[in-house]
Design a protein around this ligand. Structure first.
Ligand code: ZN
Length: 132
């Protein structure tokens, strides 16, 4: 299990499955957050505690980017509509993980979300290569 929280600890999450990978995306939102995402379904793979506010892009309103209204940390994005199982898909921002050493070995995928919408190199990296 991986746990995380914003800086002031008002919002926290518990990710209960082993992530296959983390994704670093270069789109206009992700590059500004410097985020690395792991994915799951709320109330199935992960729990979120605490209230957030969220930002909706003007051009794409399918995801809300949730942040703590006290300390400003971006904790996760969440689909605005449930998936076919009635659950909400969430991307947890691994940058808020409580223990960077614990998540450092997770394979890291770079994703071109700006132009090509495909995974791009370098291969063989882990979260630690981007974090430290
Ligand atoms: Zn906070």
């Amino acid at each position: 299990m991986i746990t995380g929280a914003c800086l002031c600890k008002k919002v926290s999450w518990r990710y209960q499955i082993e992530p296959e990978r983390a994704v670093a995306c270069n789109c206009t939102v992700c590059s500004r957050h410097g985020s690395m995402w792991i994915y799951g379904s709320q109330d199935k793979d992960l729990e979120i505690h605490g209230d957030t506010k969220f930002y909706l892009r003007q051009d794409k309103q399918n995801l809300g980017f949730h942040f703590c209204d006290s300390c400003g940390c971006t904790l996760f994005w969440k689909a605005m509509k449930p998936n076919e199982d009635g659950l909400f898909t969430v991307g947890i921002n691994l940058r808020q993980a409580d223990d960077p050493d614990l998540v450092g070995r997770i394979p890291l995928i770079h994703y071109d979300g700006l132009e090509k919408y495909v995974s791009v190199g370098p291969k063989g990296q882990t979260v630690k290569d981007l974090w430290h």
